[in-house]
Design a protein around this ligand. Structure first.
Ligand SMILES: [Zn+2]
Length: 226
């Protein structure tokens, strides 16, 4: 009774299409659950996403839950997660992708899940790292550890987008550092991020981590641009 009243006055909205949810729906409406474009990279399209990193850095496996297009439901979903305080979207997407990849041999051997870090300043502004819950849920599904104390973002530069492509690349590459590296020695790690576009952020993370002895690196993101 009380729950029904609460629902009446505070309806919950679908994280992708913003329509009101029915009582039996959670985070995403039934229609969006069926319509969101799955990447399915860990099953059939693996080479497609790994190609993004060919000749740049060594990646064992890479996958993304959704395909990303401008103006799409996926864009709105990630916008709600990053800018409208809906951190629970990360949990939902982490459970979804975690369930899928836990059935794939390539991902069953992951030891540690680590998030692409936010700079402290950005973290204070947003209040949370939007990939944290995503990574935690994936680590649970894979029986892996979740470690956010090794990879750190070193500099904060909000003028980045005004610079040329080459400069921006170098700039990104210089912004990640590591500490407590022994936590990741001889581990197969899974870096998690929200959207892969050029792959430059992941590349910078891999460059910072690849000097750790015996490390193997795979990647999982919420979405990848087509
Ligand atoms: Zn919806």
């Amino acid at each position: 009774m009380l729950r029904d009243l609460v629902y009446l006055f505070f309806p919950k909205y679908c994280a992708a299409c913003d329509n009101a949810l029915f009582k039996n729906e959670r985070i995403l409406c039934t229609s969006c659950r069926h319509e969101l474009p799955l990447g399915n990279f860990h099953n059939v399209n693996a080479k497609k996403i790994e190609k993004v990193f060919y000749g740049r850095v060594n990646i064992e496996n890479a996958t993304a839950l959704f395909l990303f297009q401008k103006g799409s439901l996926v864009q709105n979903l990630i916008h709600n997660l990053k800018y409208r305080g809906r951190e629970e979207i990360g949990n939902e997407l982490g459970k979804w992708l975690g369930n899928e990849i836990s059935q794939n041999i390539d991902y069953q051997l992951i030891d540690v899940v680590i998030p692409v870090p936010l700079h402290q300043k950005r973290l204070r502004e947003r209040g949370y790292n939007q990939v944290e819950q995503f990574g935690i849920e994936i680590s649970k599904k894979l029986n892996a550890d979740y470690v956010d104390s090794v990879l750190k973002k070193k500099s904060y530069n909000n003028k980045q987008s005004k610079r040329g492509k080459l400069t921006r690349w170098k700039n990104t590459a210089e912004t990640f550092g590591t500490q407590n590296e022994s936590l990741l020695e001889n581990k197969h790690i899974l870096i998690v991020d929200d959207i892969i576009t050029t792959g430059a952020t992941i590349e910078a993370c891999v460059r910072a981590l690849q000097t750790i002895p015996g490390i193997k690196i795979s990647v999982a993101s919420m979405a990848i641009t087509e």
